[in-house]
Design a protein around this ligand. Structure first.
Ligand code: KG4
Ligand code: ZN
Length: 343
């Protein structure tokens, strides 16, 4: 089964071709990072215009790199939401036009579900249920329990910023540029994580997250130490980034491990752009013994079309399709109601 995946929910225009939900035949990403960099974050109106500009060449490159003809495609998968309305609209319109022209079914995919299914790309094994998902992206920080395919129960959520936002805002405070996650990760690799201590984070429910206190701590440290004024190759910049990254990531892993034991899961998967983080990829391996830990291949961690094709394939195989009157949904939800902890 050949599924063509389209992703345009934020600032990456991406498409890819996937065989049987696992084998990547092509993976094309055109990022808008440079265009938004000057503004320190994504400018929605500009993002949708750039998607319009880049989409057709990206679609064509994905087909060509896969070595297939348009007529070979069995179905189209596209990101239906959540994301930016204008950006999503470009991918949705393209999917509708292609579906109608090629006479193939299409399937709308929740962007977060795409991130989760990126864990199956180039892998042999399926998920081992119950699965605990740590969603760590620019817009989401959630612990989700999957007891079976397409069943998502919310165990914990961020009370304020998403983890990716915490990275991005901290990098902005420190004068390091955008997007902050990969930049801080890079500095952190050269620094000593034991240099700075950060305040303890308290949340009423132990599986929720909060990053606003750490954001304030970064501001305070910067006022005291003038990190944003230092030359970028000063070892104090790297030491600060290493300490901050260690704290941010350990907030994620600490709660993931509590949830994994509480809900007796067989597998932990990480999903979303922050799953590219080197400290997270190391720390998550220290999960309680007996639990399989998986992570997406590095190149499929941030937004891309093949992850949308992966989740789309699973839904198509379950008999689902989306009708041509679909509209993008910027606040599409994945999870149902929260669950009661086991007694
Ligand atoms: O999933 P994603 O590509 O877009 C959303 O759906 O939000 O995630 C983007 C986020 C950004 O906040 C970016 O700074 C962060 O992922 N990110 C990272 C790393 N690579 C990307 N954060 C920490 N370490 C990284 N290596
Ligand atoms: Zn994403």
């Amino acid at each position: 089964m050949l599924v063509f995946g389209i992703e345009s929910s934020c600032d990456e225009t991406s498409a890819g071709v996937l065989r049987d939900g696992r084998h990547v035949l092509s993976h094309v990403v055109s990022t808008q990072i440079k265009a938004h960099q000057v503004y320190g974050g994504v400018v929605p109106e500009m993002a949708s215009r750039l998607h319009v500009h880049h989409l057709v060449p990206v679609l064509e490159a994905a087909r060509e790199n896969a070595g297939i003809a348009w007529a070979d495609i069995d179905a189209l998968a596209f990101a239906e939401g959540p994301g930016l309305m204008g950006s999503l609209g470009v991918g949705v319109a393209a999917a509708k036009a292609m579906s109608a022209y090629l006479s193939v079914p299409m399937i709308g995919v929740n962007h977060i579900e795409g991130h989760i299914y990126s864990n199956l790309l180039e892998q042999v094994d399926d998920f081992r249920y119950p699965v605990l998902v740590l969603v760590a992206s620019g817009g989401h920080t959630q612990l989700i329990l999957m007891r079976e395919p397409f069943s998502y129960e919310l165990l914990g959520n961020t009370l304020d910023d998403a983890i990716g936002e915490a990275f991005d805002k901290s990098a902005r405070t420190l004068g390091l540029g955008y997007p902050g996650g990969p930049i801080i990760d890079d500095y952190a690799k050269r620094g000593n994580a034991k240099t700075h201590k950060f305040p303890h984070v308290r949340t009423e429910r132990d599986l929720d997250f909060s990053f606003s206190g750490l954001k304030t701590a970064v501001l305070r440290y910067n006022q005291e130490l003038g990190i944003s004024e230092l030359p970028k190759d000063d070892s104090r910049v790297a030491d600060f980034c290493a300490s901050l990254q260690d704290k941010l990531i350990s907030e994620l892993t600490k709660k993931t491990f509590i949830a994994a034991e509480r809900y007796n899961v067989k597998q932990i998967v990480i999903a979303g752009g922050v799953s590219a983080n080197s400290t997270l990829r190391e720390q998550i391996k220290l999960a309680p013994s007996g639990i399989l830990v998986s992570m997406p291949p590095l190149k499929y961690c941030t937004d891309n079309g093949v992850m949308i094709a992966a989740a789309g394939t699973a839904r198509l195989l379950a008999g689902q399709t989306t009708s041509l009157d679909v509209v993008p949904n910027p606040s599409l939800r994945l999870v149902g109601q929260g669950v009661t902890p086991p007694s």
